[in-house]
Design a protein around this ligand. Structure first.
Ligand SMILES: CC(C)(COP(=O)(O)OP(=O)(O)OC[C@H]1O[C@@H](n2cnc3c(N)ncnc32)[C@H](O)[C@@H]1OP(=O)(O)O)[C@@H](O)C(=O)NCCC(=O)NCCS
Length: 215
């Protein structure tokens, strides 16, 4: 587990983003995003969506140098990667990189990289037996049950984060049951993971393409 965050993994407090957004009324969102923001009725969904968008724009800005407002994030409507965030400039040109967003436990995280990427955040939790069975294979459960009691919740949460990050890396999202995803067996992907330095109860994982699997 890493104690520090990679520079290009942008992590923001949801409350800070929302406070800034309403206090300063910055022109962070493109008109179509502003329309979508106003349509989000549930406060939790609104706040997490907004923080995720701002984290993603900051991550993309590191690469492109473009202002937030000209970077437009849309969700794919294609069957094989429905919901996956995609980045456009001024609403027309799709940028070549890949974007991943996660929000949980009062934080939002995002990464923009040239190869495929998947990011997940979770607050440490102790999965019940039924959830372990839904999410983990027999081998994965055997490995987790060999972890000492005091470290098992963190180890299980991290394994969960890895799977969600891997699901996003694949772009399949809700289409695949977690138990069918075995990130450790996929030679194309490599993982970084850790706890947020400013909130150690929140764990993160990021899946990226292994150097050798890039064209
Ligand atoms: C889609 C999924 C990856 C989202 O993860 P989550 O932990 O629920 O929520 P997170 O906040 O971490 O991620 C949400 C973000 O994932 C992104 N996302 C959605 N669909 C995606 C896809 N097909 N590919 C990549 N990213 C996707 C979106 O950016 C979304 O944020 P937004 O709606 O604000 O744009 C996840 O729920 C999923 O489907 N996992 C597959 C396995 C599964 O069965 N999970 C349920 C466990 S029983």
């Amino acid at each position: 587990m890493s104690d520090s965050l990679p520079e290009d993994l942008v992590t923001l407090s949801v409350d800070d983003v929302v406070r800034d957004f309403f206090a300063r009324q910055p022109r962070w969102l493109a008109p179509e995003e502003e329309t979508l923001r106003r349509s989000l009725g549930l406060k939790k969904r609104h706040d997490e969506w907004l923080a995720g968008r701002i984290a993603a724009k900051r991550a993309a800005q590191m690469f492109t140098g473009l202002p937030f407002r000209s970077l437009v994030i849309r969700r794919s409507v294609l069957e094989n990667n429905r919901g996956q965030p995609e980045l456009f400039v001024d609403g027309h040109t799709r940028l070549p990189g890949h974007l991943s967003i996660s929000h949980a436990a009062g934080y939002a995280a995002a990464s923009y990289t040239m190869g495929r990427v998947g990011v997940d955040l979770e607050r440490i939790f102790f999965p019940e037996a039924s959830l372990l069975e839904t999410a983990f294979s027999v081998e994965e459960r055997a490995r987790l049950s060999s972890v000492p009691d005091e470290r098992r919740a963190a180890a299980s949460t991290l394994a969960w984060c890895q799977k969600e990050a891997y699901a996003k890396w694949l772009g399949r999202g809700f289409a695949l049951p977690l138990v069918s995803l075995e990130p450790a067996l996929d030679p194309r992907v490599s993982f970084e993971q850790g706890a947020l330095p400013f909130a150690p109860e929140v764990l993160w994982a990021r899946a990226t393409e292994r150097e050798s699997s890039s064209p």
